[in-house]
Write a protein that binds this ligand. Structure first.
Ligand SMILES: C[S@@+](CC[C@H](N)C(=O)[O-])C[C@H]1O[C@@H](n2cnc3c(N)ncnc32)[C@H](O)[C@@H]1O
Length: 236
């Protein structure tokens, strides 16, 4: 399915989450925070359906993917972890930036996404990409193993965000960078489906990240983005 425009695509993506949640017996529109990953726990999850949703025009994270990755400033030889990698949209872009001497860890909690990322990396000859099955509370990477952690449209899915931030903090090398790409939830302005699906505003997300060992360094939101923000943090 190709989306007609950005706002319809966002609605489609979020409504798809809700529909899938209903299919596993959860009313997404009444979801408690712990239900936010219900669609991803569906044992019948069809990866191709999610490829179509995540990797289609009209989704800001997709449309601005080049500029988002360009803004990180990755260098050849560096290591980056894409946490909540989904279907692996960002893996080729990150792999190109760090090159063959670098490393891209694609971390997700959905085994079929991990298998899909492994298959695509093998097909593309991207030997620097390694898919890692994470846990709800851990990215399962060793201490001091990465220069950058990239989290696109996944932070609001972290059910235990403090444990995830601790795990990210541990995996980052001293002075390492955390990049957050998230929906910009503005009370009274954002569409209903963002207000229902995203638990906090940009400022609240920033406060909790800063309270867990990071310092905001840049607002790297790309010109033209209207519903998404990009913020860079440094490990303290
Ligand atoms: C909306 S998708 C975003 C996928 C991808 N980053 C993109 O932008 O196309 C959110 C992803 O976060 C993953 N996720 C949720 N909680 C997670 C956790 N604690 N650790 C790793 N991944 C997680 C979900 O399985 C899902 O693939």
């Amino acid at each position: 399915m190709k989306y007609i425009n950005r706002s319809s695509s966002l609605k489609a993506l979020l409504l798809a989450c809700a529909a899938l949640a209903v299919s596993v017996g959860v009313q997404a529109q009444q979801a408690e925070p712990e239900d936010v990953n219900a669609p991803y726990r569906d044992p019948n999850l069809d990866v191709e359906v999610w490829v179509d949703r995540f990797e289609s025009e009209g989704r800001e994270a997709y449309d601005f993917r080049e500029q988002i990755v360009e803004g990180i400033g990755l260098r050849p030889g560096q290591s980056v972890a894409d946490v909540g990698a989904g279907t692996g949209l960002f893996e080729p872009l990150l792999a190109a930036r760090v090159g063959g001497s670098g490393k891209v860890y694609a971390v997700d909690i959905v085994p079929s996404f991990i298998e899909h990322i492994e298959e695509k990396a093998a097909e593309r000859g991207l030997t620097q990409v390694e898919a890692v099955l994470g846990a709800e509370d851990s990215i399962r990477l060793p201490a001091d193993s990465v220069d950058v952690v990239f989290v696109c449209d996944a932070y609001h899915h972290f059910e235990d965000y403090e444990a995830m931030l601790e795990s990210i903090h541990t995996a980052l090398r001293p002075g390492g960078k955390l990049v957050i790409v998230e929906f910009d939830r503005v009370e009274g302005e954002s569409p209903e489906f963002v207000l229902e699906h995203i638990r906090a505003s940009k400022e609240e997300f920033t406060d909790e990240i800063e309270a867990n060992g990071f310092r905001l360094t840049d607002d790297a939101t790309v010109d033209g983005m209207s519903e998404t923000f990009v913020r860079h943090f440094e490990k303290r």
